[in-house]
Ligand binder design. Structure first.
Ligand SMILES: Nc1ncnc2c1ncn2[C@@H]1O[C@H](COP(=O)(O)OP(=O)(O)OP(=O)(O)O)[C@@H](O)[C@H]1O
Ligand SMILES: [Mg+2]
Length: 237
């Protein structure tokens, strides 16, 4: 569970929101709405820890993993597509790279052996053996053909980069998923697929969108950012 306790954000004299107390629970999808400039993106950044609130705190239950749809489309230019998706689970990705480095050593010591065994254990816990095929399936579902999966991000079309970053956010069943306007650059088929994915998703989703139709499809709750407050209510079904 992700909890915001007494969160206040101020930029200079301007108070964006004040004393926000919300518990985001498993199984729910929260749609964040509000006027342009109301502070929706800022609130998401506070929840992800990207920015510190002026007051209050955000806490995530121990052992839970939070995943964010990256906004910078060019952040992974020198990585291949499949690695970019797996990086959605940074711990798993780091272990894969550490393992590779150890096994590539010409002088494999006893100490290396012990280190590798530890890494293998955690790798298995994180379902590492299925990482590549899971990433591949996600990409295929998003309309990215298999022959592109090992290409570098800089060599694929800008429209596809957006989908790779979406796959990255969704990869590995995160406990909390934060999406800021995910439908903006997507075609209608992908939006429909994402709707179904989010409806079936069993953990917590927090999504900012101006698309009320989309929010009505996927959300269980609406959080309205307005006049320095964030009001939350269950969506009428
Ligand atoms: N780092 C910052 N320093 C100062 N002001 C900021 C900063 N980041 C955002 N703001 C201001 O805070 C306000 C809220 O911005 P934010 O991007 O959170 O709004 P938003 O609700 O996501 O808007 P939109 O619907 O246009 O995406 C804006 O007026 C913005 O200019
Ligand atoms: Mg925004």
């Amino acid at each position: 569970m992700l909890v915001s306790t007494g969160v206040t954000v101020r930029f200079g004299k301007r108070v964006l929101f004040e004393d926000v107390n919300i518990s985001f629970s498993k199984g729910n999808c929260y749609g964040i709405i509000g006027a342009n400039g109301a502070g929706k993106s800022t609130f998401l950044k506070v929840l992800s820890g990207e920015i510190e609130p002026s007051k209050g705190e955000v806490s995530l239950d121990k052992g839970e993993r939070l995943s964010v749809l990256k906004q910078d489309h060019f952040a992974y230019e020198d990585f291949n597509v499949i690695d970019t998706v797996i990086m959605g689970n940074q711990e798993l990705y780091n272990i894969m790279k550490e393992k590779e480095a150890i096994y590539a050593k010409p002088d494999f010591s006893e100490e290396d052996g012990m280190k590798a065994a530890k890494l293998e254990e955690r790798f298995a816990e994180l379902d590492g053996w299925n990482a590549e095929s899971d990433a591949s399936t996600l990409l295929n579902n998003l309309g990215i053909d298999t022959d592109l999966h090992y290409k570098l991000m800089k060599d694929i079309d800008a429209k596809l980069k957006v989908k790779v970053l979406l796959a990255q956010a969704l990869f590995g069943n995160p406990d909390v998923l934060l999406l800021d306007e995910p439908t903006n650059d997507l075609d209608i088929n992908t939006i429909n697929w994402l709707q179904e994915f989010l409806i079936d998703f069993e953990n917590t989703v927090i999504v900012v969108s101006h698309d009320r139709y989309f929010l009505n499809k996927v959300c269980t709750h609406i959080a309205d950012v307005d006049f320095g407050k964030i009001k939350i209510y269950p969506r009428k079904l």
